[in-house]
Ligand binder design. Structure first.
Ligand code: ZN
Length: 319
């Protein structure tokens, strides 16, 4: 629903600090570099040492390095440890020779690059790729590019987008969150999908004992989501009327999920009828839920026909 996890936000902020230490020319970043990195490359930092704040920042460094890449200009970056090839830092690709502090700029010659030395240290296979990147370099200061955003600049929002885990999108999300449907109905649909509305079955499942009795059948059955919305006497009848009124054949679905899925499957955005078919499941579900709550709270048990009239009114309003 768009709520952000605090831990994800916090992590994206620590990533921002890590990024600043890597690129910023400020008293703050100089201090941290001097205190924790000294002459070492940032990828080699000991993540277990230092203050709690620093350890949080340091724990994000690998991810920030992974999501960034140097654009070489004057080449004042580490040949082995900085990532300036798409494939990753060279130290991960070939055995490092006896000059770990080599800088890219040291391979520069008067008019070009020291091809012989390159072949020597990275091997023939990689040398071509390395040279291709080096030959594109222009004068100026090397730039660290944040690969997770289009403009190459770091933003906490893009970092957050990288660290968060997204739930798979529900196929019919566009119908449930359709602009024609009032938000409270959409939210309720979302709750139904996640089995989060307070039917007896749910209340029992969180440890509150109660004798369940529905408000829709003559003899009173056990109340769960599917009973209220799909299988109970009222729900069955309301869906039957809705199918008939829309000129559709009977459903083969027995659970609420199957029924609404069937509707969403038939819906399409290319015609007015298609649109209506996509909106109806939410309206029917909402009306059935309203009926159930009214029966519980006020003791008024609407008939299936009354529920259908309510649905028709709703359709008139949103359609
Ligand atoms: Zn019932």
């Amino acid at each position: 629903m768009g709520f952000r996890k605090f831990t994800d936000i916090q992590k994206s902020l620590f990533m921002k600090f890590a990024w600043k230490i890597m690129v910023e020319d400020s008293l703050w970043s100089h201090f941290f570099r001097a205190k924790y990195l000294r002459q070492n490359h940032i990828s080699l930092v000991d993540r277990g040492k230092g203050t709690r704040f620093w350890r949080m920042v340091a724990s994000c460094i690998p991810e920030v390095l992974n999501l960034s890449k140097w654009k070489i200009k004057n080449g004042n970056i580490s040949f082995w440890f900085d990532k300036w090839l798409d494939e990753g830092p060279l130290c991960n690709l070939v055995p490092m020779g006896d000059s770990p502090i080599l800088q890219v700029t040291e391979l520069k010659m008067e008019n070009g690059w020291d091809v012989v030395k390159l072949h020597d240290i990275v091997g023939e296979e990689l040398a071509g790729k390395v040279l291709e990147v080096l030959c594109k370099s222009r004068e100026g200061v090397d730039v660290l590019i944040w690969t997770a955003s289009k403009d190459g600049k770091f933003s906490t929002k893009s970092a957050w987008n990288c660290v968060r885990t997204t739930a798979p999108k529900v196929r019919w999300a566009d119908w449930v969150w359709h602009p024609c449907i009032p938000k409270n109905i959409s939210v309720n649909m979302w709750k139904f999908f996640n089995n989060a509305l307070s039917v007896d079955d749910r209340i029992k499942s969180i440890g509150i004992p109660l004798a369940s009795k529905c408000d829709c059948c003559v003899h009173g059955a056990y109340e769960n989501r599917d009973h209220v919305l799909a299988n109970g006497d009222i729900a069955k009848e309301v869906w039957r009327i809705t199918y008939a009124q829309m000129g559709l054949g009977r459903t083969t679905g027995t659970s609420w999920n199957q029924i609404v899925e069937e509707w969403f499957f038939t819906a399409s955005k290319t015609s007015q009828l298609g649109h209506l078919l996509g909106i109806i499941p939410s309206i029917v579900t909402w009306s059935l839920w309203l009926r159930r709550c009214k029966a519980r709270a006020e003791g008024v048990k609407d008939s299936a026909i009354t529920v259908w009239y309510n649905i028709k009114t709703w359709i008139g309003k949103v359609g």
